[in-house]
Write a protein that binds this ligand. Structure first.
Ligand code: AP5
Length: 207
């Protein structure tokens, strides 16, 4: 599908919590030289800054609830208007439901659905750690980020919040996957394989 990076390419990554959207988006960003835009990261930045928006959304995020679409859509729209998106972008975690898809009104060149069973998603999320400074994602026993930053566990990676996030994914985001399938832009990838295998499969599906 993508013959060269001369043209702008708009990639959407879909998938349940823990399916590897953030991990793969960072790798795609490096390969294609286009920004990785994560709705969750934009929201977490507001929480870290303790802005009015951050204070407003923190409890909802910790409980695994969706943030009102008006707030998230405006944040994503502003981010997409920046110059570095002129050659395309990888959007991770937005849209998450039909309302957001309609509000954003962006046509993607390819929508990649990372397919993963809930039990594996929960196992991965339980072991996830993230760098406080650079945001790099880890799993397992790493104690410190390669940048020297401290690793922390997200508050929404606790059992009740994980269950809520998975419930919302199946109820609200699955219909979007059907939409992109019907539209002809959907590619599905088995996300249960190793990181490099999943990455190669995504690259094949979009090239
Ligand atoms: P967000 O941060 O987007 O969370 P999510 O969609 O639940 O996805 P995750 O970040 O948990 O998982 P991921 O798929 O990115 O997996 P990762 O690469 O980290 O959103 C958080 C919250 O923000 C939402 O709950 C909501 O409150 C709010 N929000 C966000 N967007 C919103 C929207 N549009 N509307 C309203 N509210 C919104 O990998 C997970 C772990 O697995 C890591 O440890 C990783 O190292 C490991 N791993 C990754 N790939 C593999 C592999 N292939 N093999 C083995 N391990 C792997």
């Amino acid at each position: 599908m993508i013959d060269s990076m001369k043209d702008a390419i708009r990639i959407l990554l879909l998938g349940p919590p823990g399916s590897g959207k953030g991990t793969q988006a960072a790798m795609l960003s490096e390969k294609f030289g286009i920004p990785h835009i994560s709705a969750g990261d934009l929201l977490r930045e507001e929480v870290a800054k303790k802005s009015a928006t951050g204070r407003n959304v923190e409890a909802m995020m910790n409980a695994g609830k969706l943030i009102p679409s008006e707030i998230v859509t405006e944040m994503v729209r502003q981010r997409l208007s920046k110059n570095d998106c002129s050659r395309g972008f990888i959007l991770d975690g937005f849209p998450r439901n039909t309302e957001q898809r309609e509000m954003l009104g962006v046509k993607f060149d390819v929508a990649v659905s990372l397919e993963l069973e809930d039990t594996l998603a929960i196992a991965r999320l339980s072991g996830r750690r993230q760098c406080l400074d650079c945001g790099k994602i880890y799993s397992g026993d790493a104690a410190e980020c390669e940048c020297g930053g401290k690793l922390y566990q997200r508050k929404d990676d606790k059992p009740a919040a994980m269950r809520e996030r998975l419930k919302i994914f199946h109820r609200d985001t699955r219909p979007l996957i059907d939409f992109y399938r019907k539209e002809g832009t959907l590619k599905t990838v088995d996300a249960s394989k190793g990181v490099d295998i999943v990455f190669a499969a995504i690259c094949r599906s979009i090239q």
